[in-house]
Design a binder for this molecule. Sequence first.
Ligand code: F6P
Length: 555
Amino acid sequence: MIPFPIHSKFTMNPTKTKTWSLLEAHFLEMKALTLREQFLLNESRAKDLSYEACGWFVDFSKNLLTTETIDLLLDFAAEQNVLEEAKAMFSGEVINKTENRSVLHTALRSFSGEPVLVDGQDVMPDIEATLGKMEAFATSVIQGEFQGFSGKRLTNIVNIGIGGSDLGPKMVYEALKFYSHRDLNLSFISNVDATHLAEELLSFDPETTLFLIASKTFTTQETMTNAQSCKDWCLQAYDGDEKAVASHFVALSTNIAKVQEFGIDPANIFGFWDWVGGRYSLTSAIGLSLMIALGVENFHELRKGFYEMDQHFISAPPKQNLPLLMALVGLWYNNFFKCESLAILPYDQYLHRFPAYFQQGDMESNGKGVDRQGNPVDYETGPIIWGEPGTNGQHAFYQLIHQGTKLVPCDFIAFAKSLNPVADHHEKLMSNFFAQSRALAFGRTAEEARAAGTQEDLVPFKVFSGSRPTTALLAEKLTPNSLGSLIALYEHKVFAQGVLWNIYSFDQWGVELGKELAGEILPVLKNSTTQQKATIKQSFDTSTDQLIKKYQDWK
Ligand code: F6P
């Protein structure tokens, strides 16, 4: 039984803190600030507002703030006890109050050797045991020892999952493809739309295909439907012989009973625990596809990158704490400038799924309208996350960011070294990375446009206001380690913002209603005879009934 109202011992309505009113007053002075002026006023601005940790150099200087803003924001973070709550999370306290759970993804990537207690029980031995089992299995697949039912090498690895059981492994696989075993095909099926499955399996041979069914609950409709259809597809190659399942299916789940019901060999179950949130499960058994595709060493390097950022977050002083600073800068735009979104713009094609990954990471965590006391919030919470890799985005949506009526804070992410140093591609990519944030920050005045020879009647169209905020994140090279630190940086930013906003970041009740209603509608759609169709009256609402009728007529 979960007690309600569920009070947090750490936080309160942010707008009722002492520092909030100071921030409001400061904002009134700051909102007319231009980045041109600020850079002229303070020669050391770039240096003063840049930070470095875990191989990431983060420059906040092209944001609409000053060192005074940062100091006030840090006072606010202290009032909301962000780092105290972080310690509670790391130590296994039940901070996910609405689900009555600890939140311990940090234990999954801990290299400290220290115990982590849940209900007085050290969870580290189980984590180590699962990692050991994953290592043995991944190695046997890579080396061709774990074979298909007919004795063939398994070269097609298909992860079936959705949300956190798909987006993380897919994003990291794409990001680290350079380091992957190129003789293995890794593929992901998530959508319940059979098109996804049909297209992914088109060129695969069932006898050489291994399915990893990734589902924390093992009840998610999409995943279970895809798993069943893939099982049917696979068994066709073996005249329906159920014994083949053990050679072609493994499960990554917390729900052992449901996995066994599906017919998977208990030896092929890689477990995890309810204190691992779906969107934070990348380094749990959910990462098995990555361990196979990237190899055991690279998977551990990725974990190490996470761990290093975890350690930074938990131990760095607030003034140098990158996740905390990113959280505060985000809140500054969200709650004071009233920006609706954050664009994540990686200047690296390998990171093309990174914005999509953090759409779930951020929006499922902080897309909440009720505070920790159960009251509707009267202030803004999580932003809309979106983005595409540079330079593609420049030829699509950057126009709005440069000259539109909306203020869109952007994160620009890049690496100094290219993994594919072909001709001068990387210099060109990086010149765009530097140029875009310069153009956004400093713009172009009418005088400058005229001086560049612009015809007078075109001058208004060629003026750029500037003072459009960007944060630059730069690392030396994309490696499993630097990627791990980058992911943990954003994870902890999201966590810190949840605390600042006095909301719970580790539940996701908002996805439930749609699931329930789909469950009510499905039986109606399955009624396909004329007589059954005729019986559909106003069972839902007039719009839905009308749409269903049209669908049935055209089907
Ligand atoms: O969309 C809701 C959600 O519960 C996510 O939080 C989760 O990542 C996803 O569904 C998949 O859940 P499961 O791993 O249990 O199949």
